[in-house]
Design a protein around this ligand. Structure first.
Ligand code: URA
Length: 238
């Protein structure tokens, strides 16, 4: 949450008082004077002291193993949404999925009510790596690996950044691969393979930045981030 919102929520300050707190250098984050009211903080990661008083936030962060058939949205008139898979009692109004998986894609999805963190994780300059396991309807070759490494160009001319393709198994009519990309274009993985004349028949996201799909989570299940996982996201709090 933005630091000014945390202060407003905890101390019920007026705008004028808020300005004064920053001007008078009364706001400390992790022991240092903080002058940026828009800085994103979470009291589980940052020690927030204002006029000698420690302030707290209460954000939630969930890892969901998204099942197929569910759309990555808050609300949808036709399909169940990823947000609705979180129990009502654990679902703040502002909860939303960070990034988007297609309806038929399964795997790791982060949901949070920390809108600023979600936004920052999705910024192209953040270059958050995402790894997918894909099943492809053709034999994936070393020529494909080289093409992904030098930057796939979609039908239509859009160029992707270099991506790392690892072949797990490859036979005529069926291959399994791991693909790591650093951007998030619409239907990116499917379109990258289409540019090579191949079709993705099954797609699962395994990682996003430092987060990994927990082995113990069956499709449709979720759990809160552990403190260790949240700490790994600290570099994305700006
Ligand atoms: N790329 C895709 O094509 N689909 C997804 O759901 C995610 C990445």
């Amino acid at each position: 949450m933005r630091l000014d919102k945390v202060i407003e929520q905890n101390l019920q300050t007026t705008r004028k008082e808020m300005k004064r707190l920053f001007l008078m250098k009364k706001v400390f984050v992790d022991g240092r004077v903080e002058l940026n009211p828009q800085r994103n903080v979470d009291s589980r990661l940052h020690k927030i002291i204002v006029s000698g008083q420690e302030l707290t936030t209460n954000h939630v962060y969930y890892l969901l193993n998204k099942p197929a058939g569910v759309v990555t949205a808050k609300k949808d008139s036709n399909f169940q949404t990823a947000t609705e898979l979180i129990a009502k009692a654990e679902r703040p109004l502002e909860l939303y999925p960070v990034g988007r998986l297609d309806r038929d894609t399964t795997g790791l999805l982060l949901l949070t009510d920390n809108g600023q963190l979600g936004y920052d994780l999705l910024q192209p300059h953040s270059k958050v790596e995402k790894t997918y396991r894909a099943v492809v309807n053709e034999q994936v070759t070393l020529a494909d690996v080289a093409a992904f490494a030098s930057g796939i160009v979609f039908h239509g001319g859009v160029r992707c950044q270099p991506a790392q393709l690892n072949i797990l198994s490859a036979e005529a009519g069926h291959s399994e691969v791991l693909l790591t990309i650093k951007e998030g274009k619409f239907h990116q993985v499917k379109k990258m393979f289409l540019a090579r004349g191949k079709k993705v028949t099954s797609l699962t996201r395994l990682t996003m930045g430092p987060l990994e799909l927990p082995q113990e989570l069956a499709e449709g299940e979720y759990r809160p981030l552990t403190l260790a996982e949240l700490q790994q996201l600290k570099t994305y709090f700006r």
